[in-house]
Design a protein around this ligand. Structure first.
Ligand code: ADP
Ligand code: UVW
Ligand code: MG
Length: 408
């Protein structure tokens, strides 16, 4: 291999997050993000390890232009895509279907399969593909690896993965529950066990990944046994713009009674639902601000918060039943790591299940992995920041080197 650095690309529908990681020592020579791709003006931020942050606003037309900007920024720091230390590029790919259960070296056939899965990850796979295609064009000599959100969930027992519909129809169209955010669920469940001084193989964890997309998973001894997202990343928890669980008959009703097309209903549930649909804001920070300010604007924000938390509590209860014994509940991603009121409300009155948060520990400003339940609680409630990029870099390097890296 040419070196020990891996560039990780996490390409979203209108953003690219990137991080250059040295897997030999865990250092991060550079990272950054580009937001609002394709809009009138975009935001670019680049953080080199040994220099000041560079940020600017300028139009970035599409993902190809965004990745060119990333390559230019890295080049400026002497870390260009042709530098000898770059071993590989690792891509987060959201939907891997049943075919991809492991990190996979990208070639034409792999790209074609990711494209075939676009209908079941319409918000994500097209952006992931754009990132892959541009990276292949910009760095043709660098091996590129796809790490799939679905991979960690391939251990789901058949009874958790099946929908109760006609098996022939389900099989013909690959309709089953795949689950997403798997890289995060894997990393966080393992980190949580280590935080508690336990072996992951002997620890049962409920992971609550609450970001823009949100999902819960039940992890028994390091293996995922249930997760809240399904065929697509729409099922389960209430999210920023996605409804999560809904009676499927809502779709027939809106089609027959309101005359909405399938595409309109898709848009309603995927892009105009969740917190946004309930209160007009998809960002939990704004929902909390409106609740704090009070007044007329607070009522719908409060309702959105309550619907969000109620769904979360239902999944926690369900996964207690699925796991039988729960050692820890771990909150992660943007909302889970930062929104103390969400954690507090989600765990309120759960003493009967052995769960509680200590109000002071929960609200204390801190950034690393930490336990926020009172000492001696039967179930540890923890805040464990996710690091999908580190996990993707590690898996990418392991695939190419054939070795296994030590994990914290
Ligand atoms: N301090 C905070 N309080 C509440 N919510 C926050 C805070 N910081 C970030 N968030 C939420 O986290 C979300 C983004 O989470 P993140 O994990 O970065 O998402 P993604 O990786 O899916 O883009 C934002 O939409 C915002 O609602
Ligand atoms: C799968 C998914 O929902 O991802 P994200 O949270 O990045 O939207
Ligand atoms: Mg995320």
């Amino acid at each position: 291999m040419r070196g020990t650095r891996v560039l990780v690309l996490n390409t979203g529908s209108s953003s690219v997050k990137y991080r250059l990681l040295d897997v030999a020592d865990g250092s991060c020579p550079a990272g950054g993000l580009i937001e609002r791709i394709g809009e009138r003006t975009s935001y670019l931020r680049h953080d080199p390890a040994d220099g000041p942050r560079r940020e600017r606003e300028e139009p970035v037309a599409d993902h190809a232009a965004a990745l060119e900007a990333v390559a230019d920024e890295l080049e400026c720091d002497g870390l260009g895509l042709d530098s000898p230390g770059l071993a590989a590029i690792g891509h987060r790919v959201v939907h891997g279907g049943r075919r991809f259960t492991e990190p996979t070296l990208i070639d034409e056939a792999v790209t074609a399969e990711i494209e075939r899965l676009v209908p079941v990850a319409p918000l994500h796979n097209p952006a992931n593909l754009a990132g892959i295609r541009t990276a292949l064009a910009l760095a043709p000599g660098v091996p590129q690896v796809a790490v799939f959100d679905t991979a960690f969930h391939t251990t789901l027992p058949e009874y958790a993965a099946r929908y109760a519909i006609d098996t022939a129809v389900a099989d013909a169209h690959r309709v089953r529950r795949y689950g997403f955010h798997g890289t995060s669920h894997a990393y966080v469940s393992r980190r949580t066990a280590h935080l508690l001084g336990r072996e992951p193989s002997e620890t049962n964890v409920i992971v609550l990944h609450l970001g823009n997309g949100a999902s819960a998973s039940a992890v028994a001894g390091g293996r995922c046994v249930d997760t809240s997202m399904g065929l697509t990343p729409l099922e389960g928890l209430v999210m920023g713009t996605r409804s999560g669980d809904i009676d499927p008959a809502v779709v027939f009703h809106l089609s027959r009674v309101a005359g909405m097309s399938v595409d309109e209903i898709d848009e309603l549930l995927n892009r105009r639902g969740g917190l946004l649909g309930l209160c007009g804001d998809n960002d939990m920070r704004e929902v909390l601000r409106r609740m704090d300010r009070g007044g007329a604007d607070a009522a719908s924000a409060r309702l959105a918060f309550d619907v969000y938390v109620h769904r979360l509590r239902k999944y926690v209860g369900a996964y207690c039943a699925v796991l039988g014994r729960v050692d820890a509940v771990a909150f992660t991603a943007g909302v889970g790591e930062n929104a103390a009121p969400v954690r507090e409300a989600a765990m309120a009155g759960m003493e009967g299940l052995g769960m509680a948060v200590d109000p002071e520990l929960n609200r204390a400003p801190a950034s690393g992995p930490r336990v926020v339940s009172p000492p001696g609680s039967r179930v540890a409630v923890a805040v464990v920041p996710t690091d999908e990029e580190l996990e993707i870099a590690t898996q990418t390097y392991e695939l190419l080197s054939g070795g296994t890296m030590e994990r914290k």
